[in-house]
Write a protein that binds this ligand. Structure first.
Ligand SMILES: [Zn+2]
Ligand SMILES: [Zn+2]
Length: 164
């Protein structure tokens, strides 16, 4: 990691290493607040802006990417893992991953048929998770959010981040 950062033109300091490690331990859909809390348990002297800057750096060097679900909160995923889709609960804002390999295959085939060179795939399903459905005691999650035209909309995008 030290070497990797150097090739990108950054120095690895002990504090930076600690923040990076904390992020990779959290791993999935980490918010800056979650990372800040974790870091503060290890070293209470680290400020919010330091955590923020290092999180940006992790993205900048290509080790994590932003995940935006349209609720105004930016989450961060490490990128060294399998491509995956996200189930996003619009009630409790939880994010659950699922395997998208068959979907990526379909999108790749479609793209090839149009001589389109895909660079980035994004599969996102918005809805209500099992726990929240139970809590509210409803049998179906359909048509419950006035103002949003479709509560169960799904977006499948081939690049960019246009769902907001
Ligand atoms: Zn994810
Ligand atoms: Zn939920």
């Amino acid at each position: 990691m030290r070497e990797f950062l150097r090739t990108k033109g950054y120095k690895m300091t002990p504090q930076r290493e600690m923040i990076f490690r904390a992020f990779f331990e959290l791993g999935e859909h980490v918010t800056v607040e979650e990372l800040y809390e974790k870091v503060r348990k290890i070293d209470p002297s680290v400020g919010h802006s330091t955590v923020w800057r290092n999180l940006k750096l992790i993205c900048e060097v290509g080790l994590a990417e932003e995940v935006k679900m349209g609720d105004g909160v930016t989450r961060y995923d490490r990128v060294t893992r399998q491509p995956h889709g996200h189930f996003f609960c619009t009630e409790c804002k939880s994010v659950v991953e699922f395997n998208v390999e068959p979907i990526v295959d379909i999108m790749t085939t479609e793209a090839a048929g149009r001589n389109f060179a895909p660079e980035h795939f994004k599969v996102e399903v918005h809805g209500v998770c099992a726990e929240c459905r139970e809590k509210v005691g409803r049998q179906t999650a359909r048509g419950t959010s006035p103002g949003i035209e479709d509560d169960d909309h799904a977006t499948v995008e081939e690049r960019g981040n246009t769902s907001r």
